[in-house]
Ligand binder design. Structure first.
Ligand code: ATP
Ligand code: MG
Length: 287
């Protein structure tokens, strides 16, 4: 599967219209990708085991999307096969009073992955340049006036780019997914949530309110992606109208990212090897 076409590294200007939300990469159904996904899960699990054992690199995976794009199920699938000990999923909701009393990266900094671990962010500090931009929430923030200039969002793009670059230089790899959904598919999924009793819990009237700002959000996503996509910390704009294809793309991207990290089991030194042989001997003597 060619996932390169979904990768954005900030070198060229992009338009979201150039990314087809309905794309299925030439596959016609989930059956076509089943085998590949199974193999990917096994490979990812092996690589995670090495990542954990090596304990050098942390992996930060960010999911951003409009409501009903399939973030939750994408995360659930991305997790399958992964050893729960080495991964943590964090959801970024509306900030609490305590969180608002800090700089906006504070709550994310606290939950960054340790070396050898994976952190999955369900939403992230990108909300601080998305919902905060769309609703101009910064106007009511308790900030010194010098921090509330017109260019507050542009400044945040720079801060985020620098933050991720800092993480990269310190051994934390960041990969960002934007699940790119059409407005029609969002409507279809909202209506399903209303009509299907088992899906009621997933529906909230806040979702309808936000849908009214669809165009503003698309614009905010585009600017944020353009400003923060880099070679080391790329964005992937993943087609999200077909959930099975979204998951297939994500699994392939994760596999390629982990392959590139190429974690290795720690090499056993001569002394360690001798110590192991010594322990074996003792165990055998003890019976
Ligand atoms: P789901 O609806 O599938 O449970 P969700 O991620 O949409 O998942 P919600 O509780 O519905 O979860 O929404 C979280 C809300 O918090 C979103 O509307 C998001 O924009 C908002 N939010 C997140 N971070 C911030 C922030 N820094 N400032 C303001 N609002 C934020
Ligand atoms: Mg929601």
């Amino acid at each position: 599967m060619n996932v390169k076409k979904y990768k954005v590294t900030g070198e060229n200007k992009i338009s979201l219209d150039d990314f087809d939300t309905e794309d299925t990469g030439g596959f016609s159904s989930s059956d076509d990708v089943k085998g590949m996904m199974k193999d990917n899960i096994v490979e990812i699990a092996k690589l995670q085991d090495r990542l954990y054992a090596e304990g050098k690199t942390g992996l930060l995976i960010i999911f951003q999307a409009m409501d009903a794009a399939g973030k939750d199920s994408a995360i659930k699938h991305a997790m399958s096969g992964i050893n729960p000990q080495g991964v943590e999923v964090v959801s970024f909701k509306q900030p609490s009073t305590e969180e608002l009393s800090h700089d906006y990266l504070w709550r994310a900094s606290k939950v960054l992955p340790a070396r050898g671990k994976i952190a999955i962010f369900n939403r992230s500090y990108y909300e601080d340049v998305l919902v905060v931009k769309v609703h101009k929430l910064y106007e009511n923030m308790n900030l010194p006036s010098r921090c509330k200039g017109k260019n507050i969002i542009e400044k945040r793009y720079d801060q985020i780019r620098h933050f991720e670059d800092y993480l990269w230089e310190n051994g934390i790899v960041t990969v960002k997914f934007f699940l790119h959904l059409s407005k029609e598919t969002q409507l279809k999924r909202f209506l399903e949530r209303i009509e299907n009793k088992d899906k009621h819990w997933k529906f909230s009237d806040a979702d309808v309110r936000e849908r009214k700002y669809w165009d503003d959000y698309q614009e905010a996503y585009l600017s944020a992606i353009e400003a923060t996509a880099t070679k080391n910390c790329p964005w992937y704009i993943v087609p999200a109208d077909k959930k099975w294809y979204t998951r297939a793309v994500i699994s392939n991207v994760l596999l390629s990212v982990m392959k590139k990290i190429d974690p290795q089991y720690p090499v056993v030194t001569k002394e360690q090897e001798e110590a192991l042989l010594e322990s074996k001997k003792t165990l055998e003597e003890l019976g």
